[in-house]
Write a protein that binds this ligand. Structure first.
Ligand code: TXA
Ligand code: MG
Length: 326
C-alpha cells in the first residue's frame, strides 16, 4: 500500500508498523530502502525472505541522528569519525566493529556493522518516529529483488514487490545511486563502493588514502560483479566503438536500446534511444530509472556509452560496469 511521505499520519502508521516488526519501504536521498527494525532478528529475516537475498549478506542500519549510530559500534575509529562528522546526514555508509549482541541478524552474522544516517526528510521523520517507539535503528537494503536494479521511485518498489508492502512515497530520490561505503573496521580504510561521493572527495575528508576491495574484503552483495542487472544484456562501450557498432547495424532485426552521451544514433534508426546527461550528478539521478525504462520495452540488448574516466563519474561507472558484468 502506498502512503504519502508528506502526511504525518503516514509516517506514524509506518513507524507503528516498524515497531511491530513489519517491513516498510521508504525513500532516502540515494534509493528506496526496504526497512525492518534492526534489533529484531525476526523482522530482519522478513527482509531476506522478501528480497530473496542470502541471509549472510549484511544490511545497512539507518539511524535518525549521527549519534544514534554509536550504540551499534564497539569502537568508532578515527576515520569513521572524520567521515561521518562532515558527511552525515548524507549518502555515506561506514562499516565499523559491531557491538556484540547488537543487530546480529542485520549484520549477517559479521562482527562489523554498516551504518548510515540518511538526509532525506521523509527518512529522517520515519527514523525519529520509529525511535520514539523504541526502535534503535532500521536495517534496510535497497528495495529491489536480489541482484536487480535499485528503485529510485515508489512505483519501482511496487513493481518489485507488488501492492501488499507498505511503501512511503517520497517522490524521486535525488542522488539516484546507492551510498558510498567505506570499511573503517580494519587497520586501513577501504572504499567498498563509490556513490555520489567518489574516492577523491572521501579521501580528502578522511585525510588518508582508501584501499580498494580485495579477496579479504568483507562480503558485500553491492560489490559483487554481477549486480544491478536489467533483464536485457547490457554492454558498455567506449564512444568510438559504440559509434562503429551503430553504423554497422544496418537493417539488423536486433531489438536494441541505446543510452549514449556523445554518440548520435544513425538517421532513421528504429532503435529506442535515451541521452545520458553530461553532468555526472544528473546522470546518477536518472541512471536506474532510465535503465528500468529501457529494459521495460523488452530489448535483447542495451548498449551504453562508457562515461568519462573522471573521478566525478566513479559512482555511475561502477554501477554500469556491474550491470554489464551480470
Ligand atoms: O544508499 C544505500 O546504501 C541504500 C539505502 C537504502 O540506504 N542501501 C543499500 O543497501 O544500497 P544494500 O543492502 O542494497 O547495499 C548495501 C551494501 C551491501 O553490498 C552489503 O553487503 C554492504 O553494504 N554491507 C552492509 N553491511 C556490511 C558489513 N558489515 N560489512 C561489509 N559490507 C556490508
Ligand atoms: Mg542493493
Amino acid at each position: 500500500m502506498l502512503l504519502s511521505g508528506h502526511e504525518r499520519a503516514s509516517i506514524e502508521r509506518a513507524a507503528d508498523a516498524l515497531a511491530a516488526g513489519d517491513l516498510v519501504a521508504f525513500p532516502t536521498e540515494t534509493v528506496y530502502g526496504l526497512g525492518a527494525r534492526a534489533d529484531s532478528d525476526a523482522a530482519v529475516a522478513g527482509i531476506f525472505a522478501l528480497k530473496g537475498r542470502p541471509s549472510d549478506h549484511p544490511l545497512i542500519v539507518h539511524v535518525a541522528h549521527p549519534l544514534d549510530a554509536h550504540a551499534f559500534a564497539s569502537r568508532w575509529p578515527d576515520v569513521a569519525r572524520r567521515l561521518t562528522e562532515s558527511l552525515w546526514p548524507g549518502p555515506l555508509t561506514v562499516i565499523v566493529p559491531r557491538s556484540p549482541g547488537m543487530a546480529a541478524a542485520a549484520a549477517g552474522g559479521q562482527d562489523t556493522i554498516g551504518l548510515r544516517c540518511p538526509s532525506h526528510p521523509v527518512a529522517t521523520s520515519l527514523l525519529v518516529a520509529a525511535r520514539d517507539r523504541g526502535v534503535p535503528g532500521v536495517a534496510a537494503p535497497s528495495a529491489n529483488r536480489f541482484g536487480r536494479i535499485s528503485p529510485t521511485r515508489a512505483a519501482h518498489v511496487v513493481d518489485e514487490f507488488g501492492g501488499d508492502l507498505l511503501v512511503i512515497d517520497g517522490g524521486d530520490c535525488q542522488v539516484g545511486i546507492e551510498s558510498a561505503i567505506v570499511d573503517c573496521s580494519g587497520a586501513h580504510p577501504v572504499l567498498l563502493r563509490p556513490g555520489q561521493l567518489g574516492r577523491e572527495r572521501l579521501e580528502a575528508v578522511a585525510g588518508v588514502a582508501l584501499g580498494a576491495p580485495d579477496e579479504h574484503s568483507p562480503r558485500a552483495s553491492g560489490t559483487l560483479e554481477a549486480h544491478y542487472a536489467p533483464r536485457a544484456r547490457l554492454r558498455l562501450m567506449p564512444p568510438a566503438m559504440l559509434n562503429t557498432a551503430l553504423q554497422m547495424l544496418g537493417g539488423s532485426a536486433l531489438k536494441l536500446a541505446v543510452y549514449s552521451r556523445s554518440v548520435p544514433l544513425p538517421p532513421g534508426s528504429p532503435l529506442r534511444w535515451r541521452v545520458m546527461p553530461v553532468d555526472p550528478d544528473r546522470a546518477a539521478h536518472e541512471l536506474f530509472s532510465t535503465l528500468r525504462e529501457l529494459d521495460a520495452e523488452g530489448p535483447d540488448l542495451i548498449w551504453v556509452e562508457e562515461p568519462p574516466q573522471l573521478p566525478a563519474w566513479d559512482g555511475v561507472r561502477d554501477r554500469l560496469s556491474r550491470a554489464a558484468a551480470a
